[in-house]
Design a protein around this ligand. Structure first.
Ligand SMILES: [Zn+2]
Length: 319
């Protein structure tokens, strides 16, 4: 069943003309928990994430060590690449998200230090396998970065998240890091977000300390895009590539290609065009059971992104 769903998604994604595609995470139970699906040492009562509309998602809690992944993202990449004729981007969950599995009260003899060591090794393997199997780019989903500022304005949690994810990225060569990207967003689930009210000015300077080659930054749903773009301009490392979100997956209205074009031209005033790309703000249904956006709407939006980006490229003289 998953294979048919993946094939259909890949086919329709390719029909939009997008130069790089993904499997839409069709086969994952959720963007965050795919590595631990089926693990035995888990209890259901872990960290709770609250969205703006009041609905919640709860992570499991680890009950025993040693920690290891039950599945790597590369298994999804294999399925996607069987059907794909263009490069495939593979998403992986950031180590920082899975660090939340470890309970505050500790786990007997299995220390948090030992857990984090296991976690960094597993997160590294998750990325390394996807690179080895030919992912065009590996995107680390880091939605909890912005959320952490809501829960801890002192930024100590964000600091620990950045350090942990850099401990993973540090294990790769400079050449490999060019193919590793980081995605930031205010969370998207059932037409709601968890941290859109957190100011990007608080997050982005520290986010750009991550030693990734590419940043995928939600921007379409920001109330003040020029302000965010000027923060990016000021703080992004000089050699990284910036993909700005030009499509809002939560807004049911399909953007027009002209709107997308204008968003790209706006971004090009702040980011050199040879380092600028476009993406969707976030996944269309990061959790497997979220059906708030129809597939028809999702692909219409992706098509608008592709067409609008082409219009902008022409205008900028690079197409
Ligand atoms: Zn996202």
């Amino acid at each position: 069943m998953y294979d048919a769903a993946v094939r259909d998604t890949i086919d329709r994604f390719q029909e939009t003309g997008s130069p790089v595609i993904s499997d839409g995470e069709q086969a994952k139970p959720s963007f965050a928990t795919y590595p631990i699906q089926g693990l035995k040492d888990l209890a259901p009562d872990g960290v709770i994430i609250t969205f703006a509309d009041g609905h919640t998602r709860q992570l499991p809690r680890l009950t025993a060590g040693p920690f290891h992944y039950h599945a790597y993202a590369a298994t999804y990449l294999d399925r996607a690449k069987r059907h794909a004729r263009v490069p495939v981007k593979q998403s992986v969950i950031a180590a920082s998200a899975l660090s939340l599995l470890y309970p505050q009260e500790g786990i007997g003899a299995y220390s948090q230090e030992a857990f984090l060591e296991d976690l960094v090794r597993e997160a590294e393997t998750d990325i390394r396998e996807s690179l080895r199997k030919g992912a065009y780019n590996v995107q680390m989903d880091f939605t909890e970065g912005r959320l952490s500022l809501k829960l801890d304005p002192s930024k100590q949690v964000l600091r620990s998240f950045i350090d942990l994810n850099n401990a993973v990225i540090d294990r790769f060569s400079e050449e490999q890091r060019k193919r590793i990207g980081v995605h930031t967003c205010p969370g998207g689930d059932m037409d709601s977000t968890h941290s859109l009210d957190v100011d990007y000015a608080e997050l982005l300077p520290m986010l750009f300390e991550l030693k990734a080659g590419t940043f995928y930054i939600q921007l379409a749903s920001e109330p003040d895009r020029p302000r965010v773009l000027s923060i990016i301009k000021e703080h992004a490392p000089p050699d990284c590539r910036i993909f700005v979100g030009v499509i809002d997956p939560i807004d049911p209205r399909v953007e027009t290609p002209e709107e997308v074009r204008d968003r790209v031209l706006e971004a090009a005033e702040y980011i050199p065009v040879d380092r600028l790309g476009t993406c969707d703000d976030c996944g269309f249904s990061p959790f497997g059971d979220d059906t708030s956006t129809s597939r028809q709407t999702a692909f219409a939006k992706i098509r608008a992104r592709v067409e609008g980006t082409q219009l902008a490229s022409k205008e900028l003289g690079i197409a």
